[in-house]
Design a binder for this molecule. Structure first.
Ligand code: SF4
Ligand code: SF4
Length: 663
């Protein structure tokens, strides 16, 4: 019986075995370091791209998203990964502390610190870490082979990956159990798992058998752990260093701001068509995929059964770039159908633990087809021509843009006459009969609140969908025209009742000279009016309502609280669907999909409509004319005659009373 708790390092291990494990350990670490250097070189071989933005903010995100894993923690799979990640961190540091105790402080200073109470606590923590990691691995196996999660690979490769980690930890527990069964120290209960296994499996075995079994298992465990270290740079495990790197290097500019082609008139190549055009950041994006399939599980294109699966797309590019190919046509790897199936909803990037930016990549791939080959999905070319020729996608008379307000007194901006708010109506609310009700509701709200406002007669389509379809030239032409027109007028802010208008004017126009304006979404603006008591009292309406978060408000611009506050001010009974806020389901209209002929988007809007209805709501509220249109279409398809579909502005305008609020 041993009397003082201390770490029995190399108990039962002959000196020659100890020397051998050190040699193998050094070789494994060197191999790992060499592999990481090669991996970094492969990534850095991409074309240059500066990492813009503040480093303190990058470090904050690395801590929050990489170490605390806040982005994925809300799901069970995320919690399991958190347990696995931190389990391994503790086991890694446990080994590092043991090495420090034995090979540094004992060897050089004759001092051992892994003893007494600290040692017992250390043992307990490592047992808990090991159990957490084992449970997480069991969950990972269950997800792949039993639950069969969307796009999760249930292959022999993953059986080896998950199985090898499981065996490394399990063999560590049995190793501990064999030693405890042989030594029987008083403090064995501080290693609860090892102690339990010792009693369960080895209690009756003679000491010599325990020692022999211990020595064999020690080698198996040691070789497994060193094999894991050596395998880190090679394949799946390389995400251990690549994912944090990618999180650190993520886009800090507003996520809704698509990449701009500078000096577009002087360019000869547009977008990405060849692997040699990929930047190091693209390569890092592909390399840092953890194959978790979170992107695929939330992707509307996958739900619709299109050829696009974001995880598969990233892995195909990962394979192409990992195999050392420095050039070659991307069209041989990614089909046009995949590229056009994306609604740029951003759900994949929002769900991705490595922050892989798929929407921007899709736009860059589309830019090649649009500007170099003049290729678009059916129906889109005509819509783009309409925007170019008459400034709206429907090809309607630009002179009739303000016809929706024929019978109301609508102030129109005049140069030299300052106003507080320039109300940006947008094409949908100007020309689409159903969406025109949103514009009229906005005017009623602005007037009721006594806001000095006007609309701009020269307003034209900002062509955000053209940019998302790769037609950057048209987008930049429209941006220049709109910015020049806006600059003639004096106003404090622009208010947009369409998330696409809001995102473009707020996040993309600052990419152009003179394009920096104070821009507010109507949900935010109306919420401010209510909060500041500027609107007359609102008539309460407790209709059970489910809110469809538009992707370009909630996901790209973090605006999911304001609309809910407005709904709550209306007295509505808010019914939240399973996916809401930044995780909300896409209506299927974004990324230009709204304009495709024979669009598959009909199905995703029906899916989303069903999710919102499943909450028991009898009314669907939204804050986007395109979501509104998609929900109306789903309602018609489902032959639903009872559910109301309304924009938040309409609900507020309907609830306005003439009674002024108390000051
Ligand atoms: S942006 Fe949306 S549609 Fe496109 S790949 Fe990502 S999740 Fe799918
Ligand atoms: S792209 Fe991101 S979310 Fe998709 S599988 Fe890879 S790591 Fe997971």
């Amino acid at each position: 019986m041993i009397s003082t708790p201390s770490r029995p390092t190399f108990w039962n291990i002959p000196t020659v075995d100890q020397i051998l494990i050190y040699v193998l350990g050094i070789a494994a670490v060197c191999f790992c370091a060499w592999g990481i250097v090669q991996g970094v070189k492969r990534i850095r071989s991409g074309t240059a791209k500066p990492v813009l933005g503040s480093h303190p903010e990058r470090l904050r995100r690395l801590w929050s998203e990489g170490f605390l894993q806040k982005r994925i923690l809300k799901t069970t799979a995320g919690k399991a990964h958190f347990a696995l990640f931190w389990g391994f961190i503790f086991l890694f540091f446990g080994t590092a502390i043991a090495t420090l105790d034995w090979d540094v402080t004992r060897l050089f200073f004759g001092v051992r610190f892994l003893k007494g109470g600290f040692y017992l606590f250390y043992k307990l923590v490592l047992d808990v870490a090991g159990i957490a990691a084992l449970v997480a691995l069991a969950y990972a196996a269950w997800s792949r082979w039993v639950r069969k999660g969307v796009s999760l690979e249930a292959s022999p490769r993953f059986a080896v990956i998950i199985g090898s980690l499981f065996l490394i930890i399990l063999s560590g527990f049995f190793l501990e159990a064999l030693r405890l069964a042989a030594q029987r120290p008083e403090w064995a209960s501080w290693s609860p798992v090892g102690n339990f296994l010792a009693g369960l499996c080895f209690g009756a075995l003679p000491e010599s058998t325990l020692e022999s079994a211990h020595r064999i298992l020690w080698w198996l465990h040691g070789l497994g752990a060193l094999g894991f270290i050596a395998a880190v740079p090679a394949g799946f495990f390389s995400h251990i260093y690549k994912a944090p790197w990618n999180i650190y290097a993520q886009k800090l500019a507003p996520l809704g701001a698509a990449p701009k082609i500078e000096n577009i008139e002087e360019q000869e190549a547009f977008g990405i068509s060849d692997l040699k055009q990929l930047t190091w950041k693209h390569r890092l994006d592909f390399a840092s995929c953890t194959e978790c399939a979170r992107c695929s599980s939330v992707c509307p294109a996958v739900r619709m059964g299109t050829p696009l699966d974001p995880k598969k797309l990233v892995l195909k590019l990962q394979k192409a770039t990992k195999e050392g190919a420095s050039e070659g046509p991307v069209s041989k790897i990614i089909s046009e159908d995949e590229i056009w199936s994306c609604s740029t909803c951003g759900a994949c990037m929002n769900a991705c633990p490595s922050r892989i930016n798929i929407p921007d990549l899709m736009m860059e791939l589309r830019t090649h087809y649009a500007l170099e080959e003049g290729k678009f999905p059916p129906g889109v070319a005509k819509t783009l021509q309409n925007v170019a020729s008459v400034g709206n996608p429907w090809g309607l008379d630009p002179g009739s843009r303000l016809d929706w307000a024929k019978d109301i007194d609508l102030p129109v901006a005049e140069a030299g006459k300052p106003i507080d708010v320039l109300y940006w109506v947008g094409c949908a609310a100007s020309y689409d009969r159903r969406a025109q009700k949103i514009a009229r509701a906005m005017v009623r709200i602005l007037k009721s609140a006594g806001v000095s406002f006007a609309v701009m007669a020269e307003e034209r389509c900002h062509a955000d969908f053209a940019r998302r379809l790769g037609e950057e030239y048209l987008f930049q032409t429209a941006a220049a025209e709109n910015i020049a027109n806006l600059s003639q007028y004096t106003f404090k802010k622009i208010v947009c009742a369409c998330p696409h208008c809001f995102n473009t004017l707020a996040n993309e126009y600052p990419q152009f000279e003179g394009g920096r304006f104070d821009v507010q979404s109507h949900v935010d603006f109306i919420n401010d009016l209510i909060r500041e008591g500027k609107l007359p009292a609102l008539a309460g309406n407790a209709v059970p309502t489910s809110y469809q978060d538009p992707c370009y408000l909630s996901r790209y611009n973090g605006l999911s609280e304001a609309p809910r506050k407005v709904l709550s001010a209306l007295g509505t009974e808010l019914k939240e669907p399973e996916r809401s806020g930044a995780d909300a389901g896409c209506c299927g209209a974004g990324g230009g999909q709204f304009w495709f002929d024979g669009s598959k988007t009909q199905r995703v809007n029906v899916i989303r409509f069903g999710e919102l209805k499943a909450t028991g709501a009898s009314r669907i509220a939204t804050a986007c004319p395109f979501c509104l249109s998609m929900m109306d279409a789903a309602k018609a398809k489902e032959k639903d005659e009872t559910t109301q579909v309304r924009d938040i502005a309409e609900l507020v305008a309907e609830a306005l009373t003439e009674e002024k609020p108390a000051a």
